[in-house]
Design a protein around this ligand. Structure first.
Ligand SMILES: *Cc1c(COP(=O)(O)O)cnc(C)c1O
Length: 375
């Protein structure tokens, strides 16, 4: 039996019961379950506003579009970001003609506040923080830095569904927080995401822009007027970014189990930590103090990462790499060499298999193989 990096789990009967409601109601699109899930997410995560989308990538794009319009940013204005992330984070900045300025990472592989401070210029408008693997890193210092410098804060919370800091779920500090419920994330659906805006006007704009600029969703119009109101206004040239009821149906079930699932992930991590303690060639990326990580990833750092990866694959164990230094990619090559810590980390990081189907003996096997092959 091979051991995969990720393998999502679904409570199939519960998911099917929720999806059945959509099919029986004849309502698989926007509205109905999407509204139900938004309500459940707000209650869980403590947001005043939340809007269900087709993906986190769509949400990050909307975040920059909305902040740019409201705050009067112009092309070439700068957003400080990390090179150690999935490219969605940085593409979203470019979608709006803004300029990604890369700051370096700390030992948690999250943005280092000192490096961020050193990259602030008169054109800096925002910081986007990525809680890599569910870790909060030095998020509180980034929040304070943004406040002190009048910068907007976007949180790419793709890995952070259920992450707590000092006992409280993180996210509400940001101007906009965006979650991913993509197939292998901690709250897996198939593809979907959530945008959570602090500002009520931003939330209204996100709703409009995510549905072609149309003012209200069909469900709200149906229930408000008792009939399908086919005349509507189009205020903006929006996008087709809305989530649908089938994804929301699955998400509703996943949310019921999120905290328990994350606790199971942390128990697997504790077993990894114990198993790897004697393996001096392996350094585990530390979780920040006070952070109860959603533990989307368990990242280690090793020398000779690529050979180790191949050796593990030969034994049927398939880890991953999160991520390549984004400044190695053509659209960001102008910033190559500006973030030495991130660059060094990118050559050493390995994400060990971590998902709900793993047993303790799977973890023990991975630890044994690391003890044998890591050097
Ligand atoms: C998965 C991921 C995204 C994109 O999420 P989608 O829902 O697939 O668009 C963005 N940022 C990070 C850090 C991710 O891991």
């Amino acid at each position: 039996m091979s051991i995969r990096l990720f393998a999502p789990s679904f409570r199939i009967d519960e998911c099917l019961a929720e999806i059945r409601e959509c099919l029986e109601a004849g309502w698989t699109g926007l509205g109905f379950k999407t509204v139900e899930f938004e309500t459940a997410w707000k209650a869980y995560a403590g947001y005043e506003h939340a809007h269900f989308l087709s993906s986190n990538t769509a949400g990050l794009h909307l975040a920059f579009r909305i902040l740019k319009d409201r705050l009067g940013w112009v092309p070439g204005d700068e957003v400080i970001t990390t090179p150690l992330t999935f490219v969605s984070t940085n593409h979203a900045i470019l979608y709006e003609g803004l300029t990604p300025v890369f700051a370096d990472v700390d030992e948690h592989l999250c943005l280092d506040p000192e490096s961020v401070a050193s990259r602030i210029t008169p054109r800096t408008r925002a910081v986007i923080f990525v809680g890599l693997g569910g870790n909060t890193g030095q998020y509180e210092k980034i929040v304070a830095l943004c406040e002190a410098n009048g910068l907007a804060l976007v949180l790419d919370a793709a890995h952070m569904s259920g992450t707590r800091l000092s006992g409280k779920l993180v996210g509400t500090e940001a101007d906009v927080a965006v979650y991913s419920f993509q197939a292998v994330k901690n709250l897996p659906t198939a593809d979907s995401g959530m945008i959570c805006c602090a500002d009520a006007g931003d939330d209204a704009r996100a709703r409009r822009l995510s549905w072609l600029g149309i003012d209200k969703d069909t469900f709200a119009r149906t229930t408000a007027h008792g009939s399908y109101e086919w005349l509507y206004d189009v205020a903006d040239v929006g996008y087709k970014y809305n989530g649908n009821s089938v994804m929301a149906a699955i998400a509703l079930v996943q949310l019921r189990y999120l905290d328990a699932d994350n606790a199971y992930r942390r128990s697997l991590v504790a077993r990894y930590e114990a198993g790897l303690a004697p393996v001096s060639a392996v350094r585990i990326v530390p979780t920040a103090p006070g952070c109860e990580s959603a533990q989307h990833l368990l990242q280690i750092r090793v020398a000779g990462r690529d050979e180790l990866m191949l050796a593990l694959q030969r034994e049927g164990v398939f880890p991953g790499v999160h991520y390549r230094d984004n400044t190695e990619y053509a659209p960001y090559a102008y910033a190559a060499g500006t973030c030495p810590n991130a660059h060094a980390a990118a050559a050493e990081v390995l994400s060990l298999p971590l998902h709900l189907r793993l047993t303790e003996s799977d973890i023990d096997r991975v630890c044994e193989l690391l003890a044998r092959y890591a050097r």
